[in-house]
Design a protein around this ligand. Structure first.
Ligand SMILES: Nc1ncnc2c1ncn2[C@@H]1O[C@H](COP(=O)(O)OP(=O)(O)OP(=O)(O)O)[C@@H](O)[C@H]1O
Ligand code: SF4
Ligand SMILES: [Mg+2]
Length: 328
């Protein structure tokens, strides 16, 4: 019998009520992540990737809220969990690393101390905890760990801080690691090392990973499964080889062709013409139709529904595709 997925997101919507109006930044999103699996969520800036991640941690800032759906994690629906049970989930069961580790490292404590405090929370004795901190720094390939644990976050390079973040996550052995653009700010060599480290974490502890990126290079490097997001919705999901060998949604195809070019707004894509729509009044029918080279009349009128192209490979578009391996 197949095991249940570790994380099963079902029809999740997250809305923001702003001066301009109410909109769903995440709109009916569903996906599963199995134990030991690396799931990449991909899409342009503003399509709702980070909001999805923060939603899983129940960290949506006001005026935002989870307005619909379920987040089944390890058998529990996190949407319904009492707030006082969330701290046990955050950090301990679900770890999160951010694009900018300075956002989540405390500037006034040494990095070793911050990891140590987490271990103490897990009832590990003081002596053992310090030993563990040094071991973990070794695991994430931080040189001179005995000295490094004394450093403050601002004394470390970007790559080193990201290692510290990963060390912090590793120390508490979460079942799920959420990594939101963990390598975007880093140069390519360090980026490759950090991705390697995340893979090792998965291989050693069978940790499930949800990695968020706009870079298909990162996806190719690390992912087992891929979900492509556009304007708050997942438009295609599949195993990594299905997405690369046989992308079906026109948006996926364009995104894959668009190499990430660094523009004035750092790290943003500028290669697909047009922009992500205003979500307060999104385009009728398929939200991608104003930008889609394949659009037909129906696309502006009727929202497409998901179709299954192959086992595990689904896409949300009016276009019909031939099954692979069949001849016309
Ligand atoms: N606190 C907030 N208040 C109002 N709107 C928000 C808030 N946070 C996010 N949004 C809006 O929700 C939408 C999705 O934003 P989100 O940050 O999830 O996108 P993203 O895919 O992570 O983009 P990026 O690649 O730039 O990180 C955007 O339209 C954004 O402006
Ligand atoms: S439904 Fe139509 S507009 Fe939307 S992606 Fe498919 S072809 Fe393009
Ligand atoms: Mg984001």
């Amino acid at each position: 019998m197949l095991e249940n997925p570790l994380l099963s997101v079902k029809d999740l919507s997250i809305s923001f009520n702003t001066n301009e109006g109410k909109f769903n930044a995440v709109d009916g999103v569903s996906f599963d992540v199995n134990k030991g699996e690396i799931f990449a969520l991909v899409g342009e800036s503003g399509c709702g990737k980070s909001t999805t991640a923060f939603g899983l941690m129940r960290l949506i800032p006001k005026p935002g809220e989870i307005s619909q759906g379920k987040i089944i994690f390890d058998g529990k629906n996190l949407v319904k969990l009492p707030e006082d049970e969330m701290p046990q989930i955050r950090g301990k069961e679900i770890g999160m690393i951010f694009q900018n580790p300075l956002d989540s490292l405390n500037p006034v404590y040494s990095v070793g101390k911050q990891i140590y405090e987490g271990l103490i929370l897990d009832n590990i004795g003081k002596q053992d905890a310090w030993k563990r901190v040094v071991d973990i720094f070794n695991d994430v390939q931080i040189s001179d760990p005995k000295e490094r644990i004394e450093s403050y976050p601002h004394e470390l390079s970007g790559g080193m801080r990201q290692r510290v973040m990963i060390a912090m996550m590793l120390s508490r052995r979460p079942k799920l690691l959420i990594a939101d653009e963990p390598t975007t700010a880093l140069d390519v060599t360090i980026q490759a090392q950090i991705l390697e480290l995340i893979k090792e974490l998965r291989d050693t502890f069978n940790t499930a990973v949800l990695i968020i990126t706009h870079d298909f290079g990162v996806v190719a490097e690390i992912a087992d499964k891929v979900g492509v997001m556009y304007a708050g919705k997942i438009v295609e999901v599949g195993d990594v080889y299905q997405i690369f060998e046989n992308p079906l949604h026109p948006y996926t195809k364009l995104l894959m062709k668009a190499l990430p070019r660094i523009t004035k707004q750092e790290g943003r894509l500028e290669t697909i013409s047009g922009t992500v729509p205003n979500l307060v009044s999104p385009p009728k029918g398929c939200r991608f139709h104003p930008r889609c080279p394949m659009a037909t009349d129906i696309c502006a009128v009727e929202a497409p529904v998901f179709k299954e192209a192959e086992k595990n490979h689904r896409y949300c578009c009016h276009l019909e595709v031939k099954k692979r391996g069949t001849h016309h």
